[in-house]
Design a binder for this molecule. Structure first.
Ligand SMILES: [Zn+2]
Length: 91
């Protein structure tokens, strides 16, 4: 799982993108940046945009530590089957 947090770029923003691949996270982060931080991007020179892309890519981290581990705690209690035939006491 890859993760990008907007605040890692120094933004006052709690946007978080997570996806299986870095490419997907990049796409989500870019789409978000263009939508939410449009004013930051429109004044950038192509060089600065390139720099932003690099920063963005560098901010993406592998988030395996936070993956939820499914705990299968199925207790296999073996039921002891008593095969002893109860001899019925005949009175
Ligand atoms: Zn943001």
């Amino acid at each position: 799982m890859m993760k990008f947090e907007c605040k890692d770029l120094g933004m006052d923003c709690d946007f978080v993108a997570t996806a299986e691949t870095k490419e997907e996270v990049m796409d989500m982060a870019m789409a978000h940046a263009i939508e939410a931080h449009d004013n930051m991007f429109k004044d950038l020179t192509p060089e600065q945009t390139e720099e932003m892309n690099e920063k963005l890519e560098a901010a993406i981290k592998n988030d395996e530590a936070e993956e939820i581990i499914e705990q299968d705690e199925t207790e296999d209690d073996e039921e002891e089957t008593e095969d002893e035939e109860e001899s019925a006491e005949v009175a």
